[in-house]
Design a protein around this ligand. Structure first.
Ligand code: G3P
Length: 214
């Protein structure tokens, strides 16, 4: 299972979480990665943790003030990027352009979407993976894999119908090992989570708990 920890703009110490991600990754068969804010990518990548960007824009080098250039996040040490997170929604053309920009910079891509229909559309853009996250469950601690299993199963089916090579992650409310196991049982190849780790008093034990049953 792939466990991708999005730090959003939570006031956690990104290096502390990254060191925990690195250490737990080294101690398990699961693959763990962390997506800090853009300004923290370099420091986080230096820990040796697999580091992702939270967003890149559909742009190239040039006059694009305030944008996130895929090549720059890759230079800073990111190896992948989220695109179209629920809190950073893009127009369809910009999702497509961001996937192409990430490919150009050799970044792995996870395109997020709200529901199975959007997952099908996202898979058609050819990312490495898609992530279904019902917005109503984000940050609630109520896990999508247990509260809304149909959305995960239908997302897996929607992606497979469009492109069986695209992996499916699920996210929203995931915080325990049981939630991760339930996600896997529904066909997801990984989970995307945030508050369960970023807001934990002890991020390392939160991560250990997540991968313990795997
Ligand atoms: O990107 C992860 C996400 O939106 C889910 O957040 O806090 O419900 O794990 P959370």
């Amino acid at each position: 299972m792939f466990v991708l920890v999005n730090l959003k703009t939570y006031p956690c110490d990104p290096v502390e979480v990254a060191e925990a991600v690195r250490d737990v990754n080294d101690a398990t068969d699961a693959r763990l990665a962390v997506a800090p804010q853009a300004a923290h990518i370099e420091r986080v990548a230096e820990t040796g943790a697999e580091t992702w960007a939270q967003h890149v824009d559909a742009i190239e080098h040039g006059s694009n003030t305030g944008h996130a250039l895929a090549e720059s996040v890759a230079d800073a040490g990111a190896v992948g990027t989220l695109i179209n997170h629920s809190e950073r929604r893009l127009k369809l053309a910009d999702i497509d352009g961001a996937v192409r920009a990430a490919e150009r910079a050799d970044l792995e891509t996870v395109v997020c979407a709200n529901n199975p229909a959007q997952i099908g559309a996202a898979a058609a853009l050819g990312p490495d993976a898609v992530a279904v996250e019902p917005p109503a469950l984000i940050g609630t601690g109520t896990p999508v894999s247990q509260a809304d299993p149909d959305v995960v199963e239908n997302a897996v089916e929607a992606a497979a119908n469009v492109d069986p090579t695209v992996s499916v992650l699920c996210g929203a409310g995931i915080s325990t090992g049981d939630d991760v196991v339930a996600a896997g049982d529904l066909g997801a190849e990984g989970v995307l989570l945030a508050s369960g780790v970023a807001k934990a008093d002890d991020p390392q034990s939160a991560l250990e708990n997540l991968v313990e049953p795997l």
